[in-house]
Write a protein that binds this ligand. Structure first.
Ligand SMILES: Cc1cc2nc3c(=O)[nH]c(=O)nc-3n(C[C@H](O)[C@H](O)[C@H](O)COP(=O)(O)OP(=O)(O)OC[C@H]3O[C@@H](n4cnc5c(N)ncnc54)[C@H](O)[C@@H]3O)c2cc1C
Length: 407
């Protein structure tokens, strides 16, 4: 039960980036047995029109691929909710206007939702509170709970390796996965999770994760968990539980460990937000203020977005991104580096383009990785330039990727 909310009163559960019923602590709190009737629990999703407004960089915030993926996940969620007698109400408007109107017509001032430690998302919650609503937020999007870290999150090490060493040294304590709500059908995300671990892909993950594309159709070279994680259709503890089960049944190795390693990167960027907040959104990021002022290379940026830079590997990557809404980690590094270090572009424009295009857009991971490559985040080497020719030789020696995504 959520402390402070009487169980007899109705609650609005506001789904944000946690579109699931399984292992959703905030929802489980709201879905208290005394409130398990549709009359007492209002499940709501808010479509904010600001997603369709042009950004300062000249394009809409949410592109067609993410929109389509989100629509599918909302459908999944609606059918899961239906199984427990609850309707998913989809509102349109800013969270403040839409939720305030909904709370008035349903005569409740209680809202429960997950906590998102990014400036815009926090401002949404603040505006609801300022309007007189009682909002209870719960942190739930990481694998490790901030309170279980061996240090105060404000003392988060400035370098990922130091963070990983510290948490591993004390023994990893991931948040325990909650059991599935009774009578809820398996979601598409859970089916995908099962499918991934039913194959042998996890045993070879470390050997294949840097590939640019599948060598055999249907054999994922990386987990492809990111789209499900980003909208919250899967949680990190759900993945961790399956990973551990896989290790017990089929054996642990470097590859299975490396999936955990990458999930720790994901946590790291979350905790970095808890530590630095708004600072991560400044032009200089965590860098010193004497860093040179950024110039927005408008023409170079347009060519980059369209996949017309004349650098074949970069262009192939940008074409893949536009066509599918997804890109391997290696290609994300290559194209981001090219915009920043070769075209002299503004990393914030690149991050905004990724936000619009990626079906797995995640505010923490996107911001953290762009800052890292720009040398304005936590990279001990102070920025990363990936030489596209060298990368092509190493990862696309036969030119198959470039041929596949030629403009
Ligand atoms: C410039 C740039 C922007 C990025 N933007 C995003 C984003 O918006 N959303 C997003 O989820 N990831 C982002 N990433 C991180 C990474 O590229 C993707 O998470 C990964 O490629 C997704 O594919 P996968 O699920 O198959 O990953 P796998 O290689 O299978 O990794 C398993 C999981 O670990 C996590 N992970 C892996 N690498 C990273 C990383 N570098 N940082 C944080 N978490 C990681 C993801 O949750 C991923 O699903 C970005 C990377 C770069 C370089």
């Amino acid at each position: 039960m959520i402390p402070g909310f009487p169980v007899t009163s109705a609650v609005i559960y506001w789904f944000r980036n946690d579109l699931r019923l399984t292992d959703n602590p905030a929802f489980t709190h709201a879905y208290h047995p005394a409130r398990q009737s549709a009359a007492n629990l209002h499940a709501v999703y808010v479509h904010d029109p600001k997603q369709s407004v042009e950004t300062r960089w000249g394009f809409k915030r949410m592109g067609k691929h993410r929109k389509a993926f989100l629509a599918q996940r909302l459908q999944d969620l609606a059918s899961q909710l239906k199984a427990i007698g609850c309707e998913l109400v989809q509102l349109h408007g800013s969270p403040k206007v839409a939720l305030l109107a909904f709370s008035k017509s349903n005569k409740t001032t209680h809202i429960c939702c997950e906590d998102i430690a990014a400036p815009e998302e926090q401002a949404e919650v603040d505006s609801l509170k300022a309007a007189g609503l009682e909002v209870q937020t719960l942190w739930q999007s990481s694998l490790l709970e901030p309170v279980d870290l061996p240090f105060d999150v404000q003392q988060l090490p400035a370098v990922f390796t130091a963070f990983r060493n510290k948490v591993e040294k004390q023994g990893l304590k991931p948040r325990e996965r909650l059991l599935q709500t009774a009578n809820v059908p398996e979601s598409e995300a859970e089916k995908y999770l099962k499918h991934y671990f039913s194959g042998d892909f996890a045993s070879t993950y470390k050997l294949t994760r840097n590939q640019l594309m599948e060598t055999t159709v249907g054999q994922p070279f990386s987990t492809k968990f990111s789209p499900w994680l980003a909208c919250g259709a899967l949680s990190a503890p759900m993945i961790f539980a399956e990973l551990k089960r896989f290790e017990v049944e089929r054996g642990a190795n470097d590859s299975t460990y490396w999936i955990l390693f990458e999930l720790l990167w994901r946590d790291y960027f979350r905790f970095l937000h808890l530590q630095h907040g708004r600072k991560l959104y400044l032009e200089q990021g965590l860098g010193d203020t004497y860093l040179p002022k950024l110039k927005h290379n408008k023409q170079g940026f347009s060519r980059w977005c369209e996949g017309k830079t004349d650098e074949p590997l970069v262009d192939a990557g940008m074409c893949e991104l536009a066509a599918t809404g997804w890109l391997s980690n290696r290609m994300r590094q290559v194209v981001a580096s090219y915009l920043i270090h070769d075209l002299g572009g503004d990393w914030r424009a690149g991050a905004a383009w990724f936000e619009a295009q990626l079906i797995d857009y995640d505010v923490y991971s996107n911001q953290g990785n762009w800052l890292y490559i720009a040398g304005r985040g936590t990279d001990p080497r102070g920025g990363r330039r990936f030489n596209p020719e060298k990368q092509a030789l190493e990862h696309d020696a036969k030119g198959e990727y470039r041929a596949n995504w030629a403009a």
